[in-house]
Ligand binder design. Structure first.
Ligand SMILES: Cc1ncc(COP(=O)(O)O)c(C=O)c1O
Length: 401
């Protein structure tokens, strides 16, 4: 059933949500969207919004991009799913595309960021066992990080608020302060197999690795024979104004995890590994029923093609710079962090939630993180005119004239 706009009112949707869904989301303020186009969404009352969150860095090429929609429609009418027991042409084509875009990494496809990280941890442990012997299982992560909600990814996540109530957590993880190279070096033991980092911590409020830190971590991994896993689930594919965030740092991770924007909203995650690391997985070691199916791969291929054809790496860099400059000149904003179109504005007052709600009421979707940060992760094909419109709504929502 495809629900036509207007068939259900917001109160109908809320009533059914409350009655039938497990309450894992707070969904406040209450709004439900019925239609999207580019960077615009329309709610159940027909009100228009400028979407500067993009499904939290998911809708890379805008809602219902005609090329992605056509690819989904065509693939859905041809073949949606077969088992991974058989060869899958769009999966092979997507892996080929990612191989070239990443400079030589092989792919395993799954369905989410957490699942991509689970696969990365398994691969790192297996690789260490095969190349360095028994007992090399420990993975070092950082405080403030976010790697997903499955048990291993949750354990890797460096924020206790997500972990409370779910103990015992998975063994074999430790956390060190972020952007502290000495702490990282001291945490390495004979049991360590890998370090996992986000090039820019997203969920902690948009905190980039310093160049010295990420480059130092890569050098430490080389020196000690560890794998560097970069969780690019939020920073991936043009978001930061480069195809991969690690390009800003000139480092080459051993494993990269992806998910959010790869399918422009159609669920797909990926684990990318250098061929010599990937070779540690043998048939039977890892699998996913849905991972890399026809529909998800067709959507991802079309998304990557749009990113290339519409020069969205360059656009994210150019429009992101413009946006950050506009934010920096705004009274009440103490600091602007980020790269490209992954941006966090730190307010001088702890009013992020209030400002977020005012923005939503005024037709701009943004996301408050904690008390004083708002994050912006709009589609990568927005224009400077969209930024001007967003700035007007943001300024009004902050109480500026
Ligand atoms: C850096 C990072 N890693 C992993 C995840 C988890 O991804 P998913 O929700 O698709 O499991 C997220 C989600 O926000 C993320 O930002």
């Amino acid at each position: 059933m495809v629900l036509s706009p207007g068939v259900m009112t917001l109160s109908d949707i809320i009533a059914k949500t409350d009655a039938y869904l497990i309450k894992t989301y707070s969904r406040s303020p209450a709004v439900a969207f019925v239609r999207g186009q580019g960077a615009r969404l329309w709610d159940t009352d027909g009100k228009e919004y400028l979407d500067f969150l993009g499904g939290i860095a998911v809708v890379a090429v805008g809602h219902c991009h005609p090329k992605v929609t056509a690819a989904i429609q065509q693939q859905a009418a041809t073949l949606v799913h077969t088992s991974n027991l058989y060869h899958i042409a769009p999966q092979a084509l997507l892996a080929e595309k990612l191989f070239h875009l990443s400079g030589g990494y092989q792919s395993f496809f799954c369905n989410s960021g957490a699942e991509a990280n689970e696969g990365a941890f398994k691969l790192a442990r297996k690789h260490a066992k095969l190349t360095r012997g028994e007992g090399k299982y420990e993975i070092i992560s950082t405080l403030g990080s976010f790697h997903g909600r499955t048990l291993m990814a949750l354990t890797a996540t460096g924020q206790t608020k997500y972990q409370q109530g779910f103990e015992p957590l998975a063994p074999g993880f430790k956390h060190v302060p972020f952007n502290d190279l000495d702490a990282l070096r001291h945490a390495v033991t004979e049991h360590t197999c890998a370090i996992i980092l986000e090039p820019i911590q997203g969920e902690s409020g948009i905190h980039p690795c310093t160049p010295e830190y990420l480059q130092g971590a890569a050098a430490l991994c080389r020196e000690k024979g560890l794998l560097l896993i970069l969780d690019e689930v939020q920073t991936e594919i043009a978001r930061t104004g480069k195809m991969w965030a690690h390009e800003h740092y000139g480092v080459q991770p051993d494993i990269i995890t992806l998910a959010k924007s790869l399918g422009n909203g159609v669920p797909i995650g990926a684990l990318l590994a250098k061929p010599e690391v990937a070779a540690s997985f043998q048939p039977g070691d890892h699998a996913s029923t849905f991972g890399g199916n026809f529909l998800a791969c067709a959507a991802a291929l079309a998304t990557l093609e749009v990113i290339e054809e519409e020069n969205l790496v360059e656009n994210a860099a150019k429009v992101g710079d413009y946006f950050m400059a506009r934010l920096r000149e705004t009274d009440g904003i103490a600091e602007v962090r980020g790269m490209g179109l992954m941006i966090g504005a730190q307010f001088t007052q702890p009013k992020a939630r209030e400002i977020q709600n005012a923005c939503i009421a005024n037709g701009l979707l943004v996301n408050a993180i904690g008390d004083s940060v708002i994050r912006f992760e709009p589609p990568l094909n927005i224009t400077t005119a969209d930024v001007d419109e967003a700035m007007e709504i943001l300024r009004k929502s902050m109480g500026h004239r």
